[in-house]
Design a protein around this ligand. Structure first.
Ligand code: MG
Length: 159
């Protein structure tokens, strides 16, 4: 078995879509980014890569590369999962936390969770998506940024 952790932060800007796990959450502000800025998927990708010691998201999908401009992060996740499988591993379970002052993610969490489960080829009972605020302090607390973290466990692939 292997374990990996991932973390990401994006600045929030008025008029940008707020993408979380491939789901657009209604919000006046969304992530500033070269790609679609999906902070949750970026943390998940780093956790998967970390578990296999395959570098980080910037190694494989550099923001300087025009190819990843407005990229769909679900596509990046798909390619990452392929790298994990090529290394001989598959996810067992994943636990994620999103840190966002507003909007409240309660009404959207289940949708984000089932989408993430589908994309990771896992049943929903192996995928956890939690949400917290930052109690009004620092950049995320002031609504200037959003953060996400993820921990993933991998096992050797069934052959
Ligand atoms: Mg990112």
């Amino acid at each position: 078995m292997r374990i990996g952790s991932g973390w990401d932060l994006h600045i929030l800007l008025e008029g940008r879509p707020l993408m979380l796990g491939g789901i657009e959450v209604p919000s006046p502000k969304g992530e500033k980014a070269h790609s679609d800025g999906d902070v949750l998927l970026h943390a998940v990708i780093d956790a998967l890569l970390g578990a296999c010691a395959l570098g980080d998201i910037g190694t494989h999908f550099p923001p300087t590369d025009i190819k990843w401009k407005d990229a769909d992060s679900r596509e990046l996740l798909k390619q990452t999962l392929k790298m994990v499988e090529d290394a001989g591993y598959q996810p067992v379970n994943i636990d994620c936390t999103i840190i966002l002052q507003s909007p409240k993610l309660g009404p959207h969490k289940e949708k984000i969770r089932s989408q993430l489960a589908r994309d990771l080829k896992l049943t929903a009972d192996r995928v956890s998506v939690k949400a917290k605020t930052k109690e009004g302090v620092d950049a995320a607390g002031r609504g200037e940024a959003i953060e996400a973290s993820a921990v993933v466990l991998l096992e050797t692939m069934n052959v």
